[in-house]
Write a protein that binds this ligand. Structure first.
Ligand SMILES: [Zn+2]
Length: 464
């Protein structure tokens, strides 16, 4: 068997493995590269394989850095079968359409710029039509723990990765040239004690010959979820006391639902009251609907709520604003509004309007609950910029800025090491999906535990 990482090798995004064995070609994940310009440029580079020859694609979860390349594969001829959990398929439906809309919009917006410079306008990476065609290929869904025979000589099992709704790690058994090969792909592993989703399952294929493990937080731990919820509560109470609004830049998938879940809990136990919370993001509202449709992915606590006929994401004072008019109306509120809007790093979307209206007012606050990548508007504010430019206007940063670090969907270092240490000591471990420093640190820690490790380069073919 040959496995070639196309992305997420010594970097975080662009997860995609090419798997070649017994004349078959498969992919595991098909993610977009995201972040700095030189990384995103990789999205346009030619595939080192012919998409028409790919027979199946296994998907670990619905984040764009794991699924965002699917429509481009379809555009270039992929017609095979996509295999995922039912929740991941539904998440992919909204995420890929949203991504395709953005691609088309950006291409349209840049067309004039390119023309004025006398160069050929840029085509979108893919279109809404490509995304719709892609959804038609999600033909096989698997449950957690269910074994699927993809070929007579290749079986896979999905296990709960506890990262986002529907996320899995993949256990694979292949038979090639009379020998059995066992491989585990961690996908993205979840943080412990997150709401709604379960904690990551322990690996079952402990005698795997090879393990591909994510390293996002291979060099550090998070603050605990409990501490972060406390910080969120304090930030909201302080803002209400000062008589301002709080803007919470929110990722539409998972983080938005997590924050709603915490607000509901805080209201129920009486630690917050008389809230006026707006989920001002059509994508997050759609994602919340998908969460409601997949209780099979819930942990015991969330199931318990359902038994009592309680919606995990609803509480007195929460408003879901889908229309542009309803979103604009929020601008008239001067105090007491808690506004959750995307994009999560303030690079676009409705949150920019809310920042424009609230960032310059010292009684308001901005509460960051997710990672802010270098170069984004969110990062500039977190790093203490005194003023920022929004829609061509210079806005002073007078609002109180809170940064809460413990809501990560990723396992911290100790959880990663604990999970990996279930494997027997003959497992060779490939460290993936992390910045260089995290990959190196995790590799070092795993070596200390007695494992043989290797951090592959992008496009390095591994002969297993
Ligand atoms: Zn992820």
């Amino acid at each position: 068997m040959k496995i070639t990482p196309i992305g997420a090798a010594r970097t975080v995004t662009g997860s995609m493995y090419l798997i070649e064995f017994n004349g078959h070609k498969l992919l595991l994940d098909s993610g977009l590269f995201q972040g700095e310009k030189h990384i995103e440029e990789l999205n346009e580079s030619p595939f080192p394989f012919d998409p028409r020859e790919i027979e199946k694609i296994i998907i670990t979860h619905g984040h764009l850095d794991h699924i965002g390349m699917l429509p481009r594969l379809v555009r270039e001829g992929f017609e095979g079968e996509i295999i995922s959990t039912a929740a991941t398929r539904d998440i992919a439906g909204i995420m890929l359409l949203d991504a395709a809309h953005l691609q088309e919009e950006e291409a349209r917006a840049s067309k004039k710029r390119y023309e004025r410079r006398g160069i050929e306008p840029r085509e979108p990476l893919y279109t809404v039509e490509d995304a719709l065609l892609t959804m038609g290929l999600f033909r096989k869904t698997l449950k957690y723990g269910e074994e699927a025979e993809l070929y007579p000589d290749l079986k896979i099992v999905f296990r709960d990765a506890g990262h986002i709704l529907g996320s899995v790690f993949v256990e694979m058994r292949a038979r090639e040239k009379g020998r059995e090969l066992k491989i585990t792909f961690s996908g993205d592993l979840g943080n412990v004690n997150k709401p709604i989703v379960r904690d990551p399952e322990s690996p079952k294929l402990k005698d795997s010959d090879y393990l591909f493990i994510e390293s996002t937080y291979g060099d550090r731990e998070h603050k605990s979820v409990e501490e972060s919820v406390r910080e969120l509560k304090e930030a909201v109470l302080n803002t209400l006391e000062r008589g301002g609004n709080a803007v919470i830049p929110t990722f539409a998938l998972e983080r938005a639902q997590d924050i709603l879940y915490y607000f509901r809990e805080l209201v129920e136990i009486g630690e917050l009251s008389d809230l006026n919370v707006f989920l001002d993001s059509p994508l997050a509202i759609s994602a919340t609907r998908i969460f409601r449709a997949h209780p099979e992915c819930y942990d015991d606590e969330a199931r318990e709520l359902l038994k009592r006929h309680r919606d995990p994401f609803t509480f007195p004072g929460v408003h879901f604003t889908r229309s542009v008019e309803a979103s604009r109306a929020i601008n008239n509120i001067k105090k007491g509004a808690i506004i959750m809007a995307g994009s999560g790093m303030c690079t676009g979307g409705r949150v920019k309007h809310h920042l424009k209206h609230n960032l310059w007012r010292k009684e308001c606050s901005v509460i960051f609950v997710g990672y802010q990548a270098k170069g984004t508007l969110g990062r500039k504010i977190v790093d203490g910029a005194k003023e920022v430019e929004i829609y061509g206007e210079v806005i002073s940063v007078n609002a109180e800025i809170y940064t809460i670090n413990g809501f990560s969907a990723h396992a911290g270092r100790d959880t990663l090491l604990d999970w990996a240490s279930h494997f027997h000591k003959d497992t060779t471990i490939f460290t993936m999906h992390g910045e260089e420093s995290s990959i190196e640190a995790l590799g070092r820690s795993l070596s200390e535990l007695g494992y043989k490790t290797h951090a592959p380069q992008r496009l390095e073919t591994l002969e297993l």
